[in-house]
Ligand binder design. Structure first.
Ligand SMILES: *Cc1c(COP(=O)(O)O)cnc(C)c1O
Length: 388
């Protein structure tokens, strides 16, 4: 007997099969595009008008959605974007944006066709990369990347000018810029940033003396753009700042940032009172016989930590209630003892406001066991984002 596989064929006209993001899962993130626009304007107002802004939207715009964030920033006048993943570049081009997109180190030459079709600017850090990319694409737009002391991707300062010279000799290569990622290690020496700036200036002088100074020199991410205005050069590529994050401890430019992540919420997917028919109550912290518990449609597969501190709480029906670890892949328990009117389907807020109560970023960071940028890093792409 042959079996016909049961294949699901969606009737294309049914709206039930194209549900809005909010109902796709029992959880969602609220993203404030107004805050992102505000943060952009704050930065723009502090920069000389000649300095371009390449908005770094890596990791799906720090979890906030590259396509929507790029549209908002494109609207505000962003000169370009920078990403490390082709998925993010595809999302930005998919929004119809035509600004330059700089591809940080990431995709290899097997992605050349996509990179050509999306008209991306490729990062080159070595002669080998230059040779491989020249072989992979008929014409190439590049930024040369230099490592000024971060010990990550990029040509060393001594390799930078020879690399620019080699690129200039290739007829199919247009060198549009040179860039670095100014970053300081924890516990760095006081003048570490100055040393990085000196190295960049020396490279640019060396390049200029050979007529090889690219049009765009860029080295400031969020920390540097706020602390070191003399690193502006021709363009800056901050990212975190647009989402309200700034970890600089000695800003010179004072701007007021607003957080882009406004809400993390999940619905109660189950509510019940524990009774003796369940057997002995397990010795998981917080569970007690007779307690009413709820289950949230969010778990460690959605970016939550696997273990929760005993202080972890969420808001439901306008009240604070304890979250009960451990966290499961798509679920976590909540103690509803003090919220007797909570019902299946109710919204539970893990970050943000509900009624007169709120859970701050600081509190959410303690629950998540991370810092503010880590919280954005834990946002998952499959959780629907609701924009306001
Ligand atoms: C991440 C990154 C940035 C942006 O850094 P923020 O701290 O988010 O502003 C800039 N340049 C490079 C190369 C990066 O990797």
């Amino acid at each position: 007997m042959t079996r016909t596989p049961l294949l699901f064929t969606p009737p294309s006209a049914s709206p039930a099969l194209a549900p809005s993001a909010a109902v796709l899962r029992g959880s969602w993130y609220g993203i404030d595009l107004g805050a992102i626009r505000h943060n952009y304007r704050q930065l723009r107002s502090q920069l000389p008008p000649t300095v371009r802004i390449f908005a770094c939207l890596k990791r799906n715009a720090y979890g906030c959605g590259a396509s929507e964030v790029a549209k908002a920033l494109g609207d505000e006048g962003a000169d370009g974007f920078a990403v490390a993943s082709l998925l993010d570049a595809i999302a930005i081009r998919g929004s119809g944006l035509k600004q330059p997109i700089l591809l940080y180190p990431g995709p290899g030459t097997s992605s050349a066709e996509t990179i050509g079709a999306l008209d991306l600017t490729v990062t080159i850090s070595s002669l080998d990369e230059l040779e491989q990319w020249c072989g992979a694409l008929p014409t190439l737009r590049i930024f040369v990347k230099v490592d000024l002391g971060f010990f990550r991707a990029g040509a060393t300062p001594s390799q930078a000018v020879p690399l620019l010279a080699a690129a200039a000799r290739r007829r199919n290569v247009k060198v549009e810029g040179i860039y670095a990622h100014m970053s300081e290690f924890p516990g760095r020496r006081h003048d570490d940033a100055r040393d990085q700036l000196d190295r960049m200036q020396k490279i640019l002088r060396g390049a200029a003396s050979l007529g090889l100074r690219p049009e765009v020199a860029m080295m400031s991410s969020s920390e540097a753009v706020l602390a070191y205005p003399d690193m502006d050069f021709d363009a800056v590529d901050p990212g975190a700042l647009f989402f309200g994050l700034s970890d600089g401890d000695r800003p010179v430019r004072h701007i007021s940032l607003r957080p882009a992540l406004k809400t993390i919420a999940a619905n109660l997917v189950s509510v019940k009172r524990i009774d003796v028919s369940l057997g002995p109550t397990p010795d998981i912290f917080g569970l007690k016989p007779g307690m009413t518990i709820g289950v949230l449609g969010m778990g460690w597969g959605d970016g939550m930590p696997r273990q929760l501190p005993s202080t972890a709480a969420a808001l439901v029906a306008g009240k604070r209630a304890r979250l009960l670890g451990p966290v499961h892949l798509e679920h976590v328990r909540i103690d509803l003892s003090d919220v007797p009117n909570a019902r299946f389907g109710d919204e539970v807020v893990l970050l943000g406001r509900q009624g007169s109560q709120s859970i701050s970023h600081e509190e959410a960071c303690r629950t998540w066991g991370t810092d503010p940028i880590g919280l954005y890093g834990q946002l998952r792409d499959h959780v629907p984002r609701i924009y306001a």
